[in-house]
Design a protein around this ligand. Structure first.
Ligand code: COA
Ligand code: AMP
Length: 632
């Protein structure tokens, strides 16, 4: 069946469509109710079904002929090591680690924070939680202590699973001081931190800390705990428009069905193939396509601890593809911009045989057309830009190579994936005709796998996603359909920015910048950057009588954001301005500032307080050498 027909079926008969997809996985109890409403009047999938996600990812394959197939390859240029685990080996390690959790009193529904670098134990920890129904919340290793503390207070975990360090090539980052600091900031106290000692750095354990290996030595493998489809599998925090991150909740049943479907229909993978998502388990891509989806589908997944260009040259990705015969590769465009910068003529690629590679998928940010064309030229395989978000957990729009591969267009994520009724609405809720740019929304019901709520704050879920356009899920992205039905996602319409594929809140950065005692008022905007996609820039207004140079303030603000959020926020520039452009009601015109900095046409809104401020901002930006205006 061709894409158009499959898509139409999924929208017109969602229950029949998803019943069929649900039958592709091994339930303990197959759901009789496919789509219903939960207590929050939200759409809920497979409510009376029972299953276990870790069973699907591991035990099912051990019992059905894949026990000796590789489940996980760990390739770490950071430590110069490679390790491989079959499905049986991984299942046994996961069951034992789940036994450690049970020994420490963890039960179904308890939360566990996982703060680990890109090592196999990160995937094992996630699967161990899933095996016994504990709800994991993975925190990206690049986050500073304060961010970790926020997540500890929101998720109120029983335990934290962590390691002695992460490795950023030039730097070994000791995790224990960060963990200790986070725990001293957080109001919630965990029972224990279980720490894996890595050879590169020894952590001093104290008080209630436990050693990972010692804990394993006294554990017995845990049995699988059957779960309801709607029981939470994990909470993953993501940036919203305010300082407090949103805890995106993922269920077990809808998630497993959707991911399994995506492996076939979106990625066109075959069980037994090698699937590599070069991301981090701290992000949604890592959850879905490093850990759960490839394993559920019976693929070998590759977990990579390294960087595309520092290890030791710009050929690392190609080396990994050759060495492990990767069939499907998925990463963020920013990684390729980094490679292209180092090796524009792709000389490194010539040293490797990457003929195993069938398709490249890119996501996390819009793929800029020059990078897209460069990739097509050098790789000679389809390059598929596909769009999704933490909230959905799997792609919303893609070229459906597993259903019907169609021509790709630079800058477009191709078509809506079956199950997602994607539409473009104006601010007045009117559907927009072809080429009309507006809010990209999804008509409810959302397909299985998408978030049912925000952890502990359903009102925030309703406010963030459902109130903007009645009957639709508000994605926060703007875009349009072209005359051929291709979807173009043009960027966020809110105060979320995308820095090197990392989603960040400018609102959160503003709160941090405003906490500096010299700052009276500030705006943080994301401006275009040729390497990172976007970078944040702070515009600050000094308090009366404060005597600090712009350079000094910039240095202090950079350190403040780095220590509060983490270095990956890439907050490196700020400048002092005399006034900020505002509406008469006092709202800062961030979108206009961004357009000025990006050297894009802009219109001053009729409600602007004083249009002359816009010229002042432009002059200040040029003087500070910030943004594209400086290149004029
Ligand atoms: N732990 C600690 N520090 C980290 C970190 C981590 N896990 N990840 C990044 N950092 C630090 C870096 O060391 C760097 O520090 P520095 O300022 O002291 O040099 C800083 O954060 C900037 O990080 P980043 O902008 O990410 O650059 P990078 O060179 O470290 O990595 C990429 C470049 C392309 C590999 C990386 O940005 C990346 O993988 N992006 C894609 C993210 C992603 O997967 N998104 C999901 C969609 S696919
Ligand atoms: P995250 O939740 O971290 O996965 O980030 C999701 C956001 O990244 C989306 O809302 C988009 O703004 C952006 N994004 C992800 N993939 C794409 C893509 N293929 N094209 C354009 N934007 C994308």
């Amino acid at each position: 069946m061709k894409y158009a027909q499959v898509y139409q079926n999924s929208i017109e008969q969602p229950e029949a469509f998803w019943r069929e997809q649900a039958s592709q996985i091994d339930w303990f109890k197959f759901p009789q109710t496919i789509l219903s409403q939960d207590a929050n009047q939200n759409d809920a999938w497979f409510v009376d079904g029972e299953l276990n996600t870790a069973y699907l990812a591991l035990d099912y394959h051990v019992d059905n002929g894949r026990a000796d197939q590789l489940a996980l390859i760990y390739d770490s240029p950071a430590t110069n090591s490679i390790e491989k685990f079959t499905f049986r080996q991984l299942r046994d390690k996961v069951a034992l680690l789940a036994g450690v959790l049970q020994n420490l009193g963890v039960e179904k529904g308890d939360r566990i924070i996982i703060y680990l670098p890109m090592i196999p134990e990160a995937a094992m920890a996630m699967l161990a939680c899933a095996r016994i129904g504990a709800v994991h919340s993975v925190v990206f290793g690049g986050f500073a202590a304060k961010e970790l503390a926020t997540r500890i207070d929101d998720a109120t975990p029983k335990l934290i699973l962590s390691a002695s360090c992460g490795i950023e090539f030039s730097n070994t980052i000791a995790y224990k001081p960060l963990l200790d600091e986070a725990q001293s900031i957080a109001a919630h106290k965990v029972d224990h931190c279980v720490i894996l000692q890595r050879p590169q750095c020894h952590a001093e354990l104290n008080g209630t800390d436990l050693d990972w290996q010692v804990s394993l030595a006294s554990a017995k493998p845990a049995e699988i705990v059957p779960l309801k489809a709607t029981d939470p599998l994990y909470i993953l925090y993501t940036s919203g428009t305010t300082g407090k991150p949103k805890g995106v909740v993922r269920d077990n049943g809808g998630h497993a069905v959707a991911l399994n479907y995506s492996m076939q229909a979106v990625y066109d993978a075959k069980p037994g193939e090698v699937f590599w998502a070069a991301s981090d388990v701290g992000w949604v891509v890592g959850h879905s396509y490093i850990v759960y989806a490839p394993l559920i589908y019976g693929c070998t997944t590759l977990l990579f601890e390294g960087k595309p260009v520092r290890t030791p040259d710009a050929g690392t990705f190609w080396r990994v593809i050759e060495e492990h015969k990767v069939n499907i590769f998925f990463t963020a465009p920013t990684a390729f911009r980094a490679i292209r910068k180092e090796d524009p003529e792709s000389k490194c690629l010539q040293q490797y045989d990457i003929s195993s590679l069938r398709t490249l998928f890119v996501a996390g940010e819009r793929t800029d057309p020059p990078t897209y064309h460069w990739l097509q030229d050098i790789l000679k395989v389809p390059v598929i830009d596909h769009w999704w978000q933490t909230e959905t957990g799997w792609p919303i729009a893609s070229n459906m190579v597993g259903v019907e591969a169609t021509e790709t267009k630079a800058g477009s994520a191709s078509y809506p994936v079956p199950g997602y009724n994607v539409q473009i609405l104006s601010a007045e809720h009117e559907p927009l005709a072809v080429l009309g740019e507006g809010d990209v929304v999804i008509k409810r019901p959302l397909p299985p796998g998408c978030l049912p709520t925000v952890w502990g704050d359903h009102d925030r879920y309703v406010d963030s996603y459902l109130l903007q356009h009645e009957g639709y899920f508000h994605t926060g992205d703007g875009g349009y359909f072209d005359e051929d039905g291709y979807l173009f996602i043009m960027g966020r319409t809110d105060d979320v920015i995308n820095v090197a594929g990392h989603r960040l809140s400018t609102g959160e950065m503003e709160e941090i910048v405003a906490s500096h005692n010299a700052v009276a008022e500030c705006a943080v905007v994301g401006i275009e950057d040729k390497d990172k996609g976007q970078i944040p820039v702070g515009l600050t207004l000094l308090k009366d009588g404060v005597n600090i140079s712009g350079d000094q303030l910039e240095q202090e603000l950079v350190a403040l954001v780095r220590n509060s959020i983490g270095p990956f926020a890439n907050f490196k520039r700020s400048m002092v301005v005399q006034r900020l452009p505002k509406t008469r009601s006092g709202k800062i015109l961030r979108q206009v500032i961004r357009k000025i900095a990006d050297n894009k046409p802009y219109e001053a809104p009729a409600t602007i307080d004083d249009p002359a401020i816009l010229d002042e901002i432009q002059i200040s930006l040029v003087a500070a050498g910030i943004g594209l205006v400086s290149e004029r």
